[in-house]
Ligand binder design. Structure first.
Ligand SMILES: Cc1cc2nc3c(=O)[nH]c(=O)nc-3n(C[C@H](O)[C@H](O)[C@H](O)COP(=O)(O)O)c2cc1C
Length: 199
């Protein structure tokens, strides 16, 4: 499937029937995250005393262009939390949609009980700057160091700097997975281009 779009669509309001388009409905606050959560779902690799582990993660956001800085939420109920807090290193890997089932399985068990890399036969490769491994079956791998832990105790929020980024040319254009909550996922699709002065 081509991800290059044809002409951008017209303004959404143009030509639409007026009737009903402005009827709004209250949405439950405990479902708000399903509306705004951006994805892509990523795999977070950590390494605790030489033992690598991976978890699924979709609560993350860019904070700065350069150096590339990312904020992410890693629950303190997860095995990965202690490793990330202690070592201050991780790899964020962006899996292709073809890995979706495996990614969800990885997010539904804990490294405290299973060796997920062995169980799910995830290929790994040493990273250049950090101890956690790269996951070369993914579209991209970001080697990261924790640069700010001030929000960890309040929100389990870590701020990371990307110190090296890798992409897999064989997966160029592959679709990513976007979590919409409770087992519902969207795969990214058509690309459109619109004039924008901003990056
Ligand atoms: C699609 C998906 C997205 C997830 N996103 C997050 C997240 O952003 N932060 C988080 O702490 N846990 C998230 N989880 C849950 C962890 O992946 C899960 O608790 C995992 O078992 C933790 O593994 P660990 O105990 O080996 O660290 C997600 C799970 C799934 C399936």
């Amino acid at each position: 499937m081509s991800r290059r779009g044809a002409a951008p669509p017209d303004h959404p309001a143009k030509g639409r029937k007026a009737l009903g388009t402005h009827h709004l409905r209250s949405a439950p606050l405990d479902r708000t995250y399903q509306l705004i959560e951006p994805g892509p779902v990523v795999l977070l690799a950590t390494s605790d005393r030489g033992k690598p582990n991976i978890m699924a993660m979709s609560w993350h956001m860019m904070v700065e262009f350069t150096p590339p800085r990312i904020a992410c939420i890693v629950s303190n109920r997860n095995h990965s939390f202690a490793a990330l807090k202690r070592t201050k290193e991780c790899v964020i890997a962006i899996p292709p949609a073809t890995m979706a089932r495996t990614v969800v399985d990885i997010g539904n068990c804990t490294g405290a009980e299973v060796d997920k890399i062995a169980r799910f036969r995830i290929p790994t490769r040493p990273a250049r700057h950090v101890a956690p491994p790269l996951l070369p079956a993914c579209i991209a791998n970001l080697e990261c160091r924790v640069v700010d832990t001030r929000m960890v105790s309040a929100y389990c929020m870590f701020v990371l700097d990307v110190v090296h980024a890798w992409t897999n040319p064989a997966l160029r254009g592959a679709s990513t997975i976007h979590h919409q909550g409770w087992g519902r996922f969207a795969l990214d699709g058509r690309v459109i281009r619109l004039p924008s002065g901003k990056a």
